[in-house]
Design a protein around this ligand. Structure first.
Ligand code: ZN
Length: 481
């Protein structure tokens, strides 16, 4: 009898359990919803971003002949937003020819990214940042970074480089063995040539986000084309009439791509203003006989902060100038300001606030958390930056003084804080907040070409003033490798 009771109770319990489990299974679990898709094509790399309400689950595989990247986005419905990804591919995209979007199976959307040639994909997710929700980021990089290849070659140069191009004669330039004189000018503006669509893809591409992201830079030009472009710009190694060597200035237009920076009341975006001003500054500097300028980015794409530093160092820049436009909750805040790095905390609460805000660029622009740059970490740990910071302060003072003649100053001295982009241990670096984009009057001025010209001229005058008292000596660079 008791056995019967136990069996009876057990069957009731099992019935109940199965019913509960059955109920749980039949309750529809809300799938994730894709809310936005974006593509940022650039010579340096193309980024595809998928944004959704919840963390995005995915699987990526690569296929050859022809080259494709296949990404299965899981637990999502095929909605109009994700479908629109196909239409967002630009014909001029250096890497992507087409994206096909379809349901692979229920709740799994398959993206097939058809590539124009061999490329290196990197995929990672990002937690919510800025105005963004959860993101899945797929970056398509060139397999060999032409800029870094050129720079490596410069570090171990061949005896001669024939710059004969287009059947014209005849100049052969000998590249110097010494790195004291910058021997190669690599101008990001020369990047123009795309991967040959007919090019036969070569070996297999695997998923290695660390390598892919760390080798970021530049274009999809064939190395031969880049060689020609660079060779054209090999500077005259003769000393100038004043006996000075050529000075290289890295200009860093803040933000870009996924990271718009601050946005003004009428919709001006900091990333666009900074690029405009940086390009103008580059043009003015290039007109100077002993100077040349290089941009850390020349289009609307994102570069991690440490990559900006690394690029300037690889190019052996003498100065680094990061261009920004300030913003504050109070639209009355106005004026230009100049900042340098601090190793020992910020010089004011507002400088600390600003550095934190600017350092969020990586979170908003999107950097894989797997990618930490060991090089940068090492140089920052090992080297005192005191001497460089002193030079940065002198440069900042000279620039601030000149900007003060064309705009009200927010602070009349150079402030310091822990700006990640100013952390070159051996390049005097400043960050210029050109004006407040959040101030309607200054937003208008930032969009005014005549004001931009005046601003650029005042920065250049400041740079020249700095060099008049701090001549550019032969550089003793910190080893990079
Ligand atoms: Zn900024």
């Amino acid at each position: 009898m008791s056995n019967y009771l136990i069996k009876y109770c057990f069957s009731i319990l099992m019935c109940f359990t199965f019913s509960v489990v059955g109920l749980m299974l039949s309750t529809p679990v809300q799938a994730n919803t894709v809310t936005a898709v974006r593509i940022w094509p650039a010579d340096i790399y193309t980024r595809i971003t998928i944004e959704a309400e919840k963390p995005i689950l995915y699987k990526m595989t690569t296929l050859k002949d022809p080259e494709r990247v296949v990404v299965d986005v899981e637990d999502v419905d095929l909605n109009v937003v994700i479908k629109a990804l196909s239409e967002k591919v630009s014909e001029s995209d250096p890497y992507i020819s087409k994206i096909r979007v379809a349901n692979f199976k229920p709740k799994v959307v398959r993206l097939v990214v058809d590539l124009k040639g061999e490329a290196k994909p990197a995929i990672f997710t990002l937690p919510p940042a800025g105005d963004y929700k959860h993101r899945l980021v797929l970056d398509i990089y060139p397999t060999k970074d032409p800029l870094m290849a050129m720079l490596d070659e410069r570090d171990n140069p061949p005896q001669t480089v024939d710059v004969t191009a287009n059947n014209k004669s005849t100049q052969v330039v000998t590249l110097p063995q010494s790195t004291d004189v910058p021997s190669v000018t690599v101008d990001s503006n020369v990047a123009a040539v795309k991967i040959d669509e007919g090019a036969k893809p070569a070996n297999t591409t695997t998923t290695n986000s660390v390598n892919a992201v760390e080798t970021t830079s530049q274009t999809s030009q064939t190395s031969a084309t880049l060689q020609a472009e660079v060779s054209k710009e090999v500077p005259d190694n003769k000393p100038s009439s004043k006996g000075l060597r050529q000075i290289t200035i890295a200009i860093d237009p803040g933000h870009g791509g996924e990271d718009p920076g601050a946005i003004g009341a009428t919709g001006s975006r900091e990333k666009e203003i900074t690029l405009l001003i940086a390009k103008k500054l580059k043009a003015k500097i290039d007109e100077e006989p002993n100077m040349r300028a290089l941009l850390t980015r020349d289009g609307d794409y994102f570069i991690p902060l440490h990559m900006r530093v690394l690029k300037a160092r690889k190019l052996q820049a003498d100065l680094f100038i990061s261009i920004h436009a300030d913003a504050f909750t109070n639209p009355a805040a106005r004026g230009s300001s100049v900042f340098a790095l601090s190793e020992k905390g910020a010089t004011s609460a507002s400088a600390r606030y600003l550095a934190n805000k600017e350092n969020q660029s990586d979170l908003i622009g999107g950097v894989s958390l797997n990618v930490k740059d060991p090089l940068l970490a090492r140089t920052l740990l090992d080297l005192s930056q005191t001497a460089t910071i002193n030079d940065s302060l002198k440069l900042g003072k000279a620039v601030l003084g000149n900007i003060g003649e064309i705009n009200k100053l927010h602070k009349n001295h150079v402030e310091q804080a822990g700006f990640a982009v100013l952390k070159s241990p051996d390049i005097p670096s400043i960050l210029v907040e050109t004006a407040f984009i959040s101030n309607p009057d200054e937003e208008r001025r930032l969009n005014d070409s005549a004001y931009q010209d005046k601003l650029v001229l005042s920065i250049l005058t400041g740079i020249k003033k700095y060099f008049s008292t701090n001549p550019a000596l032969a550089k003793t660079k910190v080893a990079l490798d």
